[in-house]
Design a protein around this ligand. Sequence first.
Ligand code: NAD
Length: 541
Amino acid sequence: MGNGFFEVPIAVNEPIKSYAPGSPERKEVLDTYKKMYDTKVEVPLFINGKELKTKDTSTMSPPHDHKHILGTYHKATKKNIEEAISTSLEARKKWAAMPWQQRAAIFLRAAELIAGPYRAKINAATMLAQSKNIYQAEIDAACELIDFLRYNVQYMTEIYAEQPESTSSAWNRIEYRPLEGFIYAITPFNFTAIAGNLPSSAALMGNVVLWKPSDSQVYSAKVILDVFREAGVPAGVINMVMGDPVMITETVLASPDFSGIHFTGSTHVFKDIWKNIGVNIHNYKTYPRIVGETGGKDFIVAHKTSNPKQVATAMSRGAFEFQGQKCSAASRCYISESIWKDVKNDLVADISSFKMGSPEDMSNFITAVIHEGSFDKLAKYIDAAKKDKNVEIIAGGNYDKSKGYFIEPTVIVVKDPKYTTMCTELFGPVLTVYVFEDKKWEETLHLVDETSEYALTGAVFSEDRYALEEAVKILENAAGNFYINDKPTGAVVGQQPFGGARASGTNDKAGSKLNLYRWISPRMVKETFVSPTDYRYPFLG
Ligand code: NAD
C-alpha cells in the first residue's frame, strides 16, 4: 500500500555523448558493433511473455552491407495475432489496475537501462539495422528514446494532477482510465526511438499494446524489447509481432476490442488503415483513437537578407543527415536569387567534403539508404532528372548497390517550382532547389504553402523581421514544426514536440502531453456528501 502524492524525478534531456576519437564510448560502441556483426541472432515473436518461433522466417542484413546476414526473424500467422490479442486482453485486467507509480517505475528503469548498460548495444544495433552513423544513432536510439520514457512519465503525472473544482457539498474527481480494449502500434524503420515510444507511451497510461515494428528495423526493435523485459513490463502488456503487415492489420482491425492505433509511417498506409477502421466501425465496442504521424515534404525558404553560409549549412545537415530519411528532412528549398550563388558554392563545397560508406568507419557522414526498394525509387528519380533539359544536377547524381544501397547526396535545381521532386516525398538524400526573384518573396511564400499536400516541418531564414513575420503568417498551416533561422530537423523531446497536419498526420505531438491524452478515457466521478431528500425546489412555493 503506497499512500502519498508521489513526485517523479524531474525529466531532463539525456546528454549526447561525443564519440570523439579516443573517447571510451567510441571504443565501446565499435567493439559492440564488431561483436554483433559477427554473431547471428534469431528474433522470435514475443507474445504473453514467451518467445514464439514459427516456420516462416526472413533474414536481416545491414543496408550498407546487404550480403551479410545478421540473423533471422520469425513471422506471425493469423492465429498468432489472435492469440496475441486475447492474451493482452487478459493481461489488461491486472495492468490497468496497477498503481501508476509502478508503471512509472518500469519505464523510468527502461530509460536508465538504455542510458547505461544497453547504450552501446542499442546504438550498435541501430548502426547495423538502419545504417545510422554513430551520431545519428546516439541522438535517436539512446537519447531520444530515453527522453521519451522520462518525459512521458512526468507528463503522465501532470495529467493525473489535473482535477476539476469541487464544492463543500460535492467532491469532483477525474480518473484517467486506459482505453477499453487494446492498442495497435505500427512503427517505421527510421527511428529506433519512435519504435520504442509508440508502444510504451500507450502502455505507460495503462493500456495493453500489440506492437508491429517495421521489417527493416526488427534487429534494433529486439534490443528495445529486451530492455522492456528487463525493466519489468509484465507478460502480455506489450506483445511484439512481425510479418505480413496487411494480414496483421486486417486481423487487428477485425477485433471488436481494437481501441486505438498509434502509427508512424507513410501517408498512404495510414489513410488505408483509417478507411478500414471506418469499414469496421460498427463492430467496435468503443470508438477507436486514431493517431498517425506520416509523410513530409519539408521546406527551407531563404529571404535575400539571410546569411548564405547559415542557409547552406541548414541544407547540408537538414537534407542529408541520415541520408534524408527523416520525416523532417528538408527536401525542397526556395532560395532568393541574390544569395543563391554564395549558398550554392557553400552547399556544393559541403557535399563534396562528405564521406560515404559504412557507419563502422566513423569518418563517414553518409551511409546507405534503407533497402533496395528505396534505392531503386531514388535512382529512378535521379535518372529522370538527368534526362530532363529543364533541371540541372549540381551535386551527386551517382548511385551503387553492389555492396550497400549507396546514393550520393544529390542536389537538383529546377526551373519549374512544381517539378515532381518539389512535390513528392522521396525519403532519401535528394534535395531540390528553386531559385526565386528577390522581389517575389510574398508570392514564393504562397507557393511554398500550396506546393505539397504535407505540412510537417519547414524553415525560414531572414535577417529582416518584417519578412519573417510575413512568413510566419502565410505559412501558418504549412508546418506543424516551424523553424526560424534553423534547419527543419532535430526536434528534441520536451523542447519541440513533434508532428504535422494536412497529409502529415493527426498532429498529436509525440513526446508531449497532447499525445498521452489520446491513450486515456477520463471518468468523471461526482460524490455528494449529503444527498437531497425532497424533490421540491424552493421556487415551487
Ligand atoms: P512505411 O509506411 O513503409 O512503413 C511503416 C510501418 O507500416 C511499418 O511497420 C510497415 O510494416 C507498416 N506497413 C506497411 N504497409 C502496411 C499496410 N498495408 N498495412 C499496415 N501496415 C503497413 O514507412 P517507412 O518506410 O517505415 O517509414 C518512412 C515513412 O514514415 C515516411 O513517409 C516518413 O515521412 C514517415 N515518418 C513520419 C514521421 C512523423 O513523425 N511524421 C516519423 C518517421 C517517419
